[in-house]
Design a protein around this ligand. Structure first.
Ligand code: M6R
Length: 608
């Protein structure tokens, strides 16, 4: 989604804004722009396309020169990607950048038109807010922002400059994320920490409807009611290198390689004397004994981690788990009450639909647990309990390491819950936990062992128009993620299917040479999956089988076999994920796609 940055300090503001926006490119965008105070006047430069297009334009037409300003990368919602719809947008005395959506912008536009404000250049909701700010501006910027906050509805973050307040940047948020970075004698605003980490690790989290005023290298905060507020200064626990590619050609492959460390860092602090211990997250055995039903609600990859969680929790702890897509769950009047636990999984902690579900279930008094990667994000702050995954920043749009750590948390939860409910013995809980502790090394070996195989096999996929991912049980849960990963970055249509369900319709899609990727890591279901692989092979499919080293399978059934180390079948998803990620990555690379920034996608989906 859109990225916002802002700067006030001694450096060349345009350079800082462009550099910071580059670090937000992963969020997805289709145009970019900046506004900088140059000799006391606001100078705007903006362009459709990538940041390089903007830089090229500024090189030709003149880069704004100054020390305070705002910048933006836009992911189009209202109005097509174009120069004119790019941010910043201006009223007569006010210029703004905006992330999010203004739900009542049509009414506001009508109000402005009725009051003789008819100069709208763009199709955006943002320009309407710029005009509204201008309409109410009486020389007191904070009063004007507060007034507008009472009138606009939606989820948004704004960076604002007023023409008669040079060298000052104003910022406000409502739902959409925004931080304020504090450096030595300089201040920043940004949608996310990677944008400012080059300059400072210290930042404030702007809360709902709080206003920040950045001036003279410092920041002052005030509430919606105009009260000055003190905020806690936080420090990011990762450095610039973690937000860089570190020698890898893409963030995605770097993040795949970071998985062993990410899992280790996530699980180690949650294991005490060989047993899972989630007490630092506010979760005790008593808490885990107390629920009737569990709901796991999330979007995309995070929801797929929940699917694995369902299989594992139900199998070990014998509690019913329902997994749901947040955008569906929020509108289906779910049967939830105070006896239920709702687990929201989210890398960003800012996904609009997942946030909405959290508020909904809180109103119904369910207990809520967030499994979130970004510290201090909205979902993490609003849930009753939070388990932070420690994946570090995930920059590639296609989620890899965040999924892997979400899986590791699902296992820890399942083990602790099963033990707390007396469903498994202490000895069994220790054995499972020890096996989980060994998983990071096995992930590492797997990546080393199969990367070249996957690179080769992916060359067989690049001409496909469509393919199927199939599996049974946990392999089916996993193939959902494999399929999503592949389609989102390779642009090859892909569907995941329960292998046993093929015969009920989908097998008619199989034609000569159509790739079918079968995940067959569950020993107890292996023979059944094998039959399904034979069925599609007999109808002409090109079969690629992901199975363990000892699986009894030949090349008469599989055109290509990707063998991975064998561990207990319950934990196999954490190993089998690796070939699925690598197949998706190399297919995308071989097709020459923009791997880290696939078309039409944004990293963090902060609007509905
Ligand atoms: O930040 P979240 O985990 O809430 O994001 C949810 C989905 O948008 C996300 O998992 C998406 O499906 C992945 N980026 C796809 O790889």
């Amino acid at each position: 989604m859109c990225g916002i940055v802002g700067y006030v300090g001694p450096r060349d503001c345009s350079d800082v804004l462009i550099e910071a926006l580059t670090k937000l490119e992963y969020r997805g965008y289709d145009s970019a722009g900046i506004a900088v105070f140059e000799n006391g006047r606001i100078k705007v430069a903006k362009s459709k396309g990538r940041l390089t297009d903007l830089v090229e334009k500024m090189n030709k037409e003149g880069k704004p020169k100054g020390h305070a300003g705002i910048g933006h990368t836009r992911w189009a919602t209202h109005g097509e990607p174009s120069d004119v719809n790019s941010h910043p947008h201006s009223g007569r005395r006010v210029t703004i950048v905006h992330n999010g959506i203004i739900e009542n912008y049509k009414e506001i536009k009508q109000f402005l038109i009725d009051n003789d404000r008819t100069e709208f250049l763009s199709d955006t909701d943002t320009e309407v807010v710029a005009q509204l700010l201008d309409f109410y501006y009486d020389g007191d910027p904070v009063r004007c922002i507060r007034r507008v906050l009472h009138e606009i509805r939606g989820s948004f973050a704004l960076g604002i400059v007023f023409a008669d307040r040079p060298e000052t940047v104003y910022a406000v948020r409502c739902e959409s994320p925004l931080i304020v970075g504090q450096g030595k004698g300089e201040v920043f605003i940004a949608s996310d920490v990677p944008a400012i980490i080059k300059y400072t690790k210290d930042y404030y989290l702007l809360d709902h409807k709080e206003i920040a005023v950045l001036r003279n290298g410092t920041v002052q905060f005030c509430s919606l009611h105009g009260r000055i507020i003190e905020k806690e200064l936080l420090t990011a626990d990762w450095d610039e290198d973690s937000a860089e590619k570190g020698g890898y050609p893409h963030f995605m492959i770097k993040e795949i390689h970071e998985q062993p460390t990410a899992v280790k860092t996530t699980i180690t602090p949650r294991i005490e004397n060989g047993l899972p211990d989630l007490s630092e997250c506010g979760i005790t055995p008593e808490t885990l004994r107390g629920f009737k039903n569990i709901f796991i609600v999330a979007c995309g990859t995070a929801m797929h981690a929940g699917m694995v969680g369902k299989y594992v929790i139900e199998k070990l702890a014998r509690v019913s788990v329902t997994v749901d897509i947040a955008s569906e769950f929020r509108y289906r009047d779910p049967l939830i009450d105070e006896n239920d636990l709702v687990i929201i999984i989210s890398q960003s902690g800012e996904t609009a639909d997942s946030k909405a579900v959290l508020s909904l279930v809180k109103q119904r008094n369910a207990k809520t647990l967030a499994v979130v990667n970004v510290k201090g994000s909205s979902i993490a702050r609003e849930a009753d309990m939070v388990i932070y995954t420690h994946a570090g920043p995930e920059i590639a749009v296609a989620s890899t390491k965040a999924y892997m750590v979400q899986l590791s948390v699902m296992y820890l939860l399942a083990f602790e819950m099963a033990f707390a409910k007396g469903r498994i013995s202490e000895e069994e809980c220790r054995r499972l936990t020890l096996e989980l502790v060994r998983v990071p090394d096995i992930i590492d070996q797997t990546i080393k062992r199969i990367e070249n195989v996957c690179r080769y096999v992916s060359t067989k996929l690049i001409t496909a128009d469509s393919l199927l991912y199939i599996g049974r049980g946990l392999d089916y849960a996993l193939s959902m993620e494999g399929s999503l990963k592949l389609k989102e970055i390779s642009y090859i249509h892909s569907e995941s299917y329960a292998a046993g369900e093929l015969k009920h319709g989908t097998i008619s899609l199989i034609t000569e040479g159509m790739p079918v990727i079968a995940v067959a890591t569950q020993n107890s279901l292996f023979e059944k999956t094998l039959s399904n692989i034979k069925e599609v092979k007999a109808r002409g499919a090109m079969t690629i089988v992901i199975c363990d080293q000892k699986a009894d399978i030949d090349f008469d059934v599989a055109n290509y076999i990707v063998r991975i180390p064998r561990i207990s079948e319950m934990l196999m998803p954490m190993i089998a994920t690796v070939p699925m990620q690598l197949l998706a990555y190399y297919t995308s690379v071989n097709k020459g796609n923009d791997v880290d920034k696939p078309r039409n996608l944004a990293k963090s989906v902060t609007v509905e």
